[in-house]
Design a protein around this ligand. Structure first.
Ligand SMILES: *Cc1c(COP(=O)(O)O)cnc(C)c1O
Length: 372
């Protein structure tokens, strides 16, 4: 007999339409059927776990073109485990006593001040969780290579580079310059590329590179650390100690492997995106509302519908429309970074069949309701 699925009405969570993109607060991404199938197989079977971790790591390393790799339960845990690994190395005793011993061992991790970001949780907290002490270099609006060099001491264990739209981009040294500096000082370079889409881009340059499994890769909640064999071995040891609180399940290992395979053949469905956005066009008939199709700012093959609200005419601001969309019976989340400029965007990629009609009708209802 099939086990019955948890009665969703009992849970009483709101239905969400995500027109925003990859958002941790909405559960990041949804997985494809074959990923669930793989997770089902993993979840319903037993394995020699050490063997599964090792073999799955070998497959992952191929996708990332690195010597070695390990699947972890999030990019965040990947950060903590990498730092703990660099502090304790292959010393099991030091790993078990991490927080007693770390303060007396080399444990300083350098980061550009402009990259010490909060991605939903602070990078700094994850580095502390691994026993590391974060040393910011440079200033919030810039950093020079000699400012980094000056901060390197006998206690420095790594340079932590954050590749992210959250980080300050201008007046920062290039990754290549940082790599050369790290080489001169034999300092491991860790790159947090959690949300990046190119899996091989940093493999040459980084000693360890960290990705989130549920962002670009559309896998289950998970993370990947890929890089030098020795350093991945340190992380394997950590995964049995502080990593126990960040345990990755066998079902997740199968899910992320399937997601990685899917990702190799994934194509951007621009035609599908544009077709979905057509449904928004009738909103142009509302006084004070204008709909446009916009390509992604950084030139990726992503098209979004931009809804521009002229508050003078509609009597309601873009910000207020966004709030109403979120607080309806079905919570609709849009891409709202520029709401204060009077517009918000609809990302068609995470939408399911019928979502775009619900969004269009709800916007009509909100704006039509202002003067009635
Ligand atoms: C999202 C993100 C993380 C954390 O990823 P999780 O898998 O959610 O833990 C870390 N660093 C950066 C730059 C991110 O964008």
């Amino acid at each position: 007999m099939e086990a019955s699925i948890l009665n969703l009405s009992k849970l009483q969570v709101k239905q969400v339409i995500n027109a925003s993109g990859k958002m941790s607060i909405l559960g990041v991404s949804t997985v494809q059927d074959n990923v669930i199938e793989a997770m089902k197989y993993g979840g319903q079977s037993f394995f020699e776990m050490a063997d599964l971790v090792k073999k799955s790591g070998e497959i992952v390393a191929e996708y990332f073109a690195t010597e070695s790799a390990i699947i972890v339960n999030s990019a965040s845990s990947g950060i903590a485990l990498s730092i703990a690994g660099l502090i304790a190395k292959d010393d099991r005793y030091a790993s078990e006593k991490l927080y007693q011993i770390a303060p007396d061992r080399p444990n300083e991790v350098l980061i550009l001040k402009g990259q010490n970001v909060d991605y939903g949780a602070p990078v700094e907290t994850m580095i502390n969780l691994g026993g590391g002490k974060l040393i910011e270099v440079g200033y919030s609006n810039g950093c020079k290579i000699d400012q980094i060099e000056g901060a390197i001491t006998a206690n420095t264990i790594a340079f932590f580079y954050v590749k992210s739209h959250h980080a300050v981009q201008k007046n920062m040294p290039s990754l290549q310059e940082i790599k050369e500096l790290c080489n001169r000082h034999s300092l491991p370079l860790i790159i947090d590329a959690a949300a990046e889409g190119d899996l091989k881009q940093f493999s040459e340059i980084a000693d360890l590179v960290i990705y989130s499994g549920s962002k670009a890769i559309d896998g289950p909640t998970s993370g990947i650390v890929a890089g030098k064999k020795k350093l991945i071995q340190y992380i394997e040891l950590q995964s049995k100690i502080i990593g126990r609180v960040m345990k990755v399940g066998k079902e997740t290992i199968f899910g992320i492997l399937q997601a990685l395979e899917n990702y190799q053949t994934k194509e951007d469905d621009v035609e599908g995106q544009l077709e979905t956005l057509e449904t928004l066009k009738p909103l142009n008939n509302l006084p004070g509302v204008q709909v446009m199709t916009q390509q992604d700012e950084s030139g990726r093959a992503i098209y979004r519908g931009r809804i521009m609200i002229d508050e003078q005419i509609t009597g309601i601001s873009a910000l207020q429309v966004i709030e109403k969309l979120k607080s309806g019976t079905i919570a609709i989340y849009t891409r709202d970074y520029y709401a204060n400029e009077g517009h918000f965007d609809i990302d068609p990629r995470p939408l399911k069949d019928g979502d775009i009609d619900i969004i269009t009708n709800r916007i009509k209802e909100i704006i039509g309701g202002v003067h009635s």
